[in-house]
Design a binder for this molecule. Structure first.
Ligand SMILES: Nc1nc2c(c(=O)[nH]1)N[C@H]1C(S)=C(S)[C@@H](COP(=O)(O)OP(=O)(O)OC[C@H]3O[C@@H](n4cnc5c(N)ncnc54)[C@H](O)[C@@H]3O)O[C@H]1N2
Ligand code: MOO
Ligand SMILES: [Mg+2]
Length: 403
């Protein structure tokens, strides 16, 4: 067989992702957690608010509540309403002293901030014209009772948890954590904390991948480092398949004789996909071992990171029933020329630069993890497409991908 004939056809990224996601059925099991423990999880049922938020009209300022129609007169101040207290109705021709967050009394329709009023002898006089309704936050303007506050399939970030709490939810029903068995392959790998013998490197993928998996609300089953041996790789796959929903590995997935993952998966299960037309991250593998999904990421640290973000992140989200799998992207000006594009769709490590559009990290090698640490996200450049400084390019922010 000629070298050319041995070359695998590279699958386009979008096709690979579609194939991968088509195999994923969301997990059916759910659990109920305290709201404070649900960060990073996916809501399994619509959350409906039993209350209006805010529950009553309330003041946005420290000042005076009154009827806008009375604004011209010096009004007697007939009550004082701190936040948390219950006001008396306000009669025509009266004003109430009021504080931010306090309930606006029935009868009042407007709040004047104290800086725009003068108080003397029990009466308040306004020093500025009023706009009727000003500084009153209306009952239900944030959330209406009976409305869906958070839909099933929502990922619970800090803001979503706050919104759930604002509707009074002490507990949330979420999809159970997917179990992800993680192992790194490579005889050269040594764990941080151990001495570094000649020829060895520290295992960084294990830390990056573990943090990414946990950040997506999943449980990690850490199977450590597996040697570059076919038998050891097969044994690790069998153990992982018995314990996990997804087996995630890094390294040993390329074409060298020391890359045992592909043959091991072919023997223990089946391989559905291998090699994607992206840079970095070409040698990406997907298949099944027993009932578990298998995903093999390339060993180079940036390749492993990028393939995780583009392909594994949506899988872990879909397993949990999340409705939004794709990260939001935007088009933004490139701050540099890119005259010699790759034949593969390329994901460049770039940083947001207020003055000049996206800036490029100098060394784009897939072994240089510093490039990703420095960057704010990935510039997604189509295969074979050159661009010049000032051209609009597609930007995938890490704020989307790493959340
Ligand atoms: N003849 C060819 N060689 C290679 C090809 C190719 O198409 N033909 N593809 C290259 C590309 S692209 C990549 S990416 C790598 C992927 O290789 P593997 O997935 O088999 O990974 P390894 O060979 O095991 O390691 C690659 C590289 O990454 C380092 N590594 C591995 N694991 C870790 C870890 N846990 N932490 C830190 N660094 C790790 C490893 O030491 C190697 O330097 O293959 C190319 N070769
Ligand atoms: O895909 Mo490799 O990830 O180009 O270095
Ligand atoms: Mg290799």
């Amino acid at each position: 067989m000629s070298e050319a004939a041995k070359k695998p056809a590279l699958t386009p990224l979008d096709d690979a992702l579609a194939t991968l996601l088509a195999q994923i059925q969301p997990l059916a099991e759910r659990e109920t957690l305290p709201t404070s423990a649900a960060r990073g999880r996916v809501l399994a049922a619509d959350l409906i608010s039993p209350v209006d938020v805010p529950p009553a009209d309330n003041s946005a300022m420290d000042g005076y509540a009154l009827r806008a129609a009375d604004a011209a007169a010096a009004l007697p101040v007939t009550q004082r309403i701190p936040a948390g207290s219950l006001p008396q109705p306000l009669a025509a021709g009266e004003a109430a002293r009021i504080f931010t967050g306090a309930q606006v009394p029935a009868g009042a329709d407007t709040v004047v901030m104290q800086e725009h009023a003068e108080f003397a002898d029990g009466r308040v006089r306004l020093t500025q014209p009023v706009v009727p309704g000003q500084h009153v936050r209306l009952r239900g303007e944030d959330v209406r009772a009976g409305a869906v506050v958070l839909a099933a399939g929502t990922r619970l970030d800090a803001i979503a948890l706050g919104l759930a709490a604002t509707a009074g939810a002490a507990e949330l029903t979420v999809t159970r954590r997917p179990r992800v068995a993680l192992f790194s392959t490579g005889d050269e790998l040594v764990m941080p904390g151990e001495p570094l013998p000649p020829g060895a490197i520290y295992n960084s993928n294990r830390f990056t991948l573990r943090a990414l998996v946990e950040g997506l609300g999943c449980e990690v089953i850490d199977l450590g480092i597996v040697p570059d041996k076919l038998d050891a790789t097969r044994a690790a796959l069998r153990e992982a398949a018995a314990r996990a929903d997804l087996i995630l590995t890094s390294g040993g997935v390329s074409v060298g004789e020391e890359d045992h993952l592909r043959p091991a998966v072919q023997t223990e299960g089946r391989l559905d996909l291998w090699a994607i037309a992206i840079k970095p991250g070409k040698p990406f593998a997907h298949g099944r071992v027993g009932a578990a999904h298998f995903i093999g990421l390339p060993g180079n640290p940036v390749s492993s990171l990028v393939t995780f973000l583009l392909l594994v992140r949506p899988v872990l989200l879909k397993l949990q029933g999340a409705t939004r799998l794709a990260p939001r992207a935007c088009r933004i000006a490139a701050g540099f020329d890119w005259p010699r594009p790759d034949k593969r769709r390329e994901f460049l490590r770039v940083r947001l630069d207020e003055d000049g559009g996206l800036a490029l990290f100098g060394n784009q090698s897939s072994g240089v993890l510093t490039s990703a640490f420095w960057a704010d996200g990935l510039l997604d450049n189509p295969a074979g497409q050159a661009f010049a400084k000032g051209d609009a390019v597609r930007f995938l922010p890490f704020s989307e991908l790493l959340s």
